[in-house]
Design a protein around this ligand. Structure first.
Ligand SMILES: Cc1cc2nc3c(=O)[nH]c(=O)nc-3n(C[C@H](O)[C@H](O)[C@H](O)COP(=O)(O)OP(=O)(O)OC[C@H]3O[C@@H](n4cnc5c(N)ncnc54)[C@H](O)[C@@H]3O)c2cc1C
Length: 280
């Protein structure tokens, strides 16, 4: 059994019932007919996996499913390609508009699923179409068909993002590089970039305070349960402070939601995705 804690940036979670690393669309299609429920993971950078494990076949895309090519103004990437590699290839080709992803440590598949975004942009703004494999066949979906909104898509487990096409804008490489440097510096000043986290814990509520500021005002900065800690740098991040389990992170989330409800009457909604039997 493969322990999924190796595949999450927080470093927690139990085993997958089965685990496979398909390299082609045909291999994914075959695995989808295998009988077990299928879930796909990217870099596990937005993922809390149950400590008791996952009763599913978990896929991680490799080979041609992680390849990247440039075709005119279009960047074509496998669902398992990392944002970092895509951004590097785009910059080298003088294609901008993907700079927002410079500090999002995920894959194209995870980015589509989450409609990941930052600094006023997101995947919805650059996606042209997405190739999705299911047990019933493989086909292209448009951003509209994916129902992309703030950190949300309509995708469900059993639908595998095997490829995506991003339409980018011509821009001088130097300009792109400078923008990336600026965004990375901004990120480093505000967030814990050298700790094991899974990015933002909660979506920003419809409130004058962001989730981070609200949890900060609730006195949660630095608060610990077990091996998990609300980041002393940014209260909407949970860090693995050493030996954390998923249940520790979940207990912090329960406490954070309780305080936001009590102090502000706000029901915080989690941004992090759950895999396995997890309930808040
Ligand atoms: C330090 C840090 C900073 C971050 N900053 C940001 C930020 O600024 N903005 C932001 O939006 N996010 C941010 N994140 C969260 C995270 O990086 C993004 O949500 C990212 O897009 C997740 O990609 P992933 O490949 O790691 O997906 P995973 O975490 O592995 O998976 C996320 C979801 O996508 C599904 N999935 C993954 N790949 C596929 C696929 N090929 N087909 C079908 N489903 C798939 C998984 O089943 C899961 O439900 C941050 C995380 C960290 C650790």
């Amino acid at each position: 059994m493969t322990d999924l804690s190796r595949y999450t940036t927080l470093g927690t979670g139990g085993p997958a019932k089965e685990f496979a690393k398909p390299r082609t669309v045909a291999e994914v299609e075959e695995l989808l007919r295998h009988g077990l429920p299928v879930a796909t993971i990217g870099l596990g950078s937005n993922l809390l996996v149950a400590d008791e494990g996952v009763e599913a076949l978990v896929l991680r895309l490799e080979g041609e499913l992680a390849a990247v090519e440039i075709d005119g103004d279009v960047l074509r990437a496998g669902g398992g390609a990392t944002n970092a590699v895509c951004l590097h290839r785009a910059r080298a080709a003088g294609l901008g508009s993907f700079e927002f992803a410079c500090a999002i440590p995920g894959t194209i598949g995870g980015g589509v699923w989450m409609n990941a975004g930052a600094y006023g942009s997101d995947f919805a703004q650059v996606l042209e179409r997405v190739l999705v494999a299911t047990a019933d066949g493989t086909g292209w979906l448009t951003p509209d068909e994916l129902g992309l909104s703030y950190r949300h898509s309509n995708l469900r487990h059993g639908q595998v993002v095997v490829q995506a096409e991003l339409r980018l804008q011509r821009r001088p490489s130097g300009e792109i590089k400078a923008r990336i440097r600026e965004l990375n510096a901004e990120r480093k000043a505000a967030q814990p970039t050298n700790k094991r986290t899974f990015g933002s814990v909660f979506k920003n509520p419809d409130h004058e305070l962001s989730a981070g500021r609200m949890l900060d005002a609730c006195g949660l900065r630095g608060f610990c349960i077990g091996g998990a800690q609300i980041s002393p740098k940014h209260a909407n991040f949970i860090e693995n402070a050493g030996g954390a389990r998923t249940e520790d992170a979940l207990a912090l989330m329960v406490e954070a939601r309780r305080r936001a409800r009590e102090h502000y009457g706000v029901e915080l909604v989690h941004e992090v995705e759950f895999l396995g039997p997890i309930e808040l």
